[in-house]
Design a protein around this ligand. Sequence first.
Ligand code: NAD
Length: 290
Amino acid sequence: MTIKIDGKALADEIVQRVANDVSIFKQEHSIAPGLAVVLIGEDSASAVYVRNKVRRAEQAGLRSIEHYLSADATQQELEDLIDDLNKDHLVHGILVQLPLPAHLSENRVIEAISPVKDVDGFHPENVGRLVAGQAALTPCTPLGCMIMLKRLLPDLSGKHAVVLGRSNIVGKPMANLLLQANCTVTVVHSRTQNIESLCRTADILVAAVGQPLLVKESWVKPQAVVIDVGINSVLVEGKRKLVGDVDYNTVFSKVSAITPVPGGVGPMTIACLMQNTLKAAQFQLGMSLA
Ligand code: NAD
């Protein structure tokens, strides 16, 4: 029987655990771990994500501070704000909601964030640490996928994992985490030939391409575990609906386990952001990052 991986329930469990650790942190240090979320412009999807993050932060007992800049904010204004947050001892994690308006440089913004406060794990120092197998702040989405996978398959050693997509945010860090867990990893992307047959060799298939319902039943190996990172808004009979990169309905009965969209990877990403904020705060106050 196929397992529908309940990302929401697992995320609730993680947030509860973070909340317990946060209350210990507060007793020891007399402050709450602080998360600063910066939103530039009026992208409605980003505004929804930020609201969800703030709500979860409250549940976890974190102090969350939101900063809203207008869509025409300059690079300097944004970097000045990040500089202030880097220096603020009450802020332990900084998240700048991406994507940025086109006139701003994402790379410069990412590099401006102090690596110890980089709860998204996008700073080159954290990326390098992840690739080198050292303790790091790890990007939240792949981290959430790994937690789900390990819960399902405690020993991932020797499994063939195929990662669909090679973005800095999902595909590349996902591939590195799977490698660290001793999987044999193949990364496929928009220029890969024979994508379908490569995916069909996967024991674990992680889809992160942003292409609605791309992965069909013929793309998956029987009994594979499928993690669908995609969040795509599509029109169905005149109504907006969220679907993943995987054609869930046709794939479901062929695989051993699969994440739904919504309710799979999405909630885990936010839970891992809470976990990373606590970890960053603990590190800044003397604990190790491991
Ligand atoms: P991206 O656009 O930065 O990268 C997409 C990758 O997919 C690229 O490497 C590209 O080469 C590859 N690709 C595109 N079309 C392809 C095709 N037809 N065949 C093979 N490869 C193809 O996207 P991203 O930021 O990695 O996000 C991917 C998806 O995951 C999006 O739907 C996004 O909304 C979603 N996402 C979800 C979460 C979450 O929390 N659930 C977090 C981040 C991203």
